[in-house]
Ligand binder design. Structure first.
Ligand code: PLP
Length: 367
């Protein structure tokens, strides 16, 4: 039995009529480019704002841009520092570097692989301006503690929710704790477009206005360029597709949770350890990440059986070539350094069925 890592084709088949209509409507209206005149983009922005319970959602071209635009809107620049977890997708530190600031990495917890909040205060210097926590794999970070630390040191908090649409901490949606939050709608994310797309959410009107300007060539109105901005807009097609898919997000997250519970019930190999839900978190399992000290052999074994797997991520951020200039050593981030050799993401998506999970688990248990 072959099992894909995600099955976007199956998802499309299940909602084909609705999605095809959404796409046809946008084309009939030639409402291609985002901006103040696009009703599909405006509709999705207001629906997503309502979903989050946040006053402003500003769509943009992708989830990396949303981080970068936010850092720029907060005026973060050269000589300043932003705290990010050592284990994440490169966007976390890339956005900081692109603003001319320095990414300061913090190691992750041994159990959850989320940023270790006991280490954050040690990383704060007089140049620190912001913390960009990541709800990695869909697991919600303790945002109450992040906000306590940020308040004490007068820091901005930008939540990276790229992997955690609909996740909650203490019953409250992630992306609603920080000063602002960032979302990616990359196709494979829990809420995904049919190409690149992203969004910013914030209750801060001034920041919202700035972000909207930056994302659309610095224009306040057409041809009224207040500043130099950039071209980072969400396409009408993606917005219309996302409007359809948003209705199903909570159900899909529930299905991911059920799939995760089923895995956890069946997987009993002594060679692997299972993902741990953070205390008080509603985990939305963007990824289901197991660990094994025979990871590479296990990966090979699963691949040979037609089960698609992946590693998120094979190298912790401080040890990427892009950051060699920071001269980081493994001892500085021992957990991230060690766990990147053990982690393995196995198939996880809402449509994953019990037979598939049983099969994958059996192959792992027999390894
Ligand atoms: C996917 C992702 C992003 C960036 O999203 P893009 O839309 O691909 O630019 C940022 N942060 C994290 C943690 C991600 O997983």
């Amino acid at each position: 039995m072959k099992v894909p890592f995600v099955d976007l084709k199956l998802q499309y088949q299940n909602y084909k009529a609705e999605i095809d209509k959404a796409i046809a409507d946008v084309i009939a209206d030639t409402a291609f480019i985002g901006g103040s005149g696009n009703k599909y983009v405006q509709k999705f922005e207001s629906e997503f704002a309502k979903y989050l319970g946040i006053a402003n959602v500003i769509s943009c071209a992708n989830g990396t841009d949303s981080l970068e635009i936010l850092l720029e809107a907060y005026g973060i620049t050269e000589g300043e520092e932003v705290i990010v977890p050592a284990l994440s997708w490169i966007s976390s530190s890339e956005a900081v570097g692109r603003c001319g600031a320095k990414p300061v990495f913090v190691d992750v917890c041994e159990d959850t692989l989320l940023m270790d909040l006991n280490l954050v205060e040690k990383a704060i210097t007089k140049n620190t301006k912001a913390i960009m926590p990541v709800h990695l794999y869909g697991n919600a970070l303790n945002m109450e503690e992040v906000m306590r630390i940020a308040k004490k040191h007068n820091l901005i908090v930008i939540e990276d929710c790229a992997q955690a649409h609909g996740a909650k901490y203490n019953g409250k949606l992630v992306g609603t704790f920080g000063h602002a939050s960032s979302f990616s709608f990359y196709p494979g994310k829990n809420l995904g477009a049919y190409g690149d797309a992203g969004a910013i959410a914030t209750n801060d009107e001034t920041i919202a206005k700035k972000c909207r300007m930056i994302a659309n060539h610095g224009q306040q109105r057409k041809h009224d360029h207040i500043i130099e901005g950039r071209n980072s807009r969400m396409d009408g097609l993606h917005a219309a597709i996302l409007s359809v898919k948003l209705n199903y997000l909570d159900g899909w997250n529930l299905a991911r949770n059920k799939a995760a519970s089923h895995y956890s019930k069946i997987l009993d190999s002594t060679n692997v350890s299972l993902p741990i839900q953070n205390k008080n978190a509603y985990h939305v399992f963007h990824l289901y990440v197991i660990r094994s000290n025979k990871r590479d052999q296990l990966k090979e074994h699963l691949s040979s059986q037609g089960i698609e797997v992946a590693i998120h991520y094979p190298t912790a951020l401080p040890f990427l070539n892009a950051y060699s200039y920071l001269k980081h050593q493994p001892e500085q981030f021992p957990v991230a350094f060690k766990q990147t050799k053990n982690i393995l993401s196995i198939p996880m998506y809402p449509e994953l069925n019990v037979e598939q999970i049983d099969h994958i688990s059996k192959v792992i248990n027999n390894f």
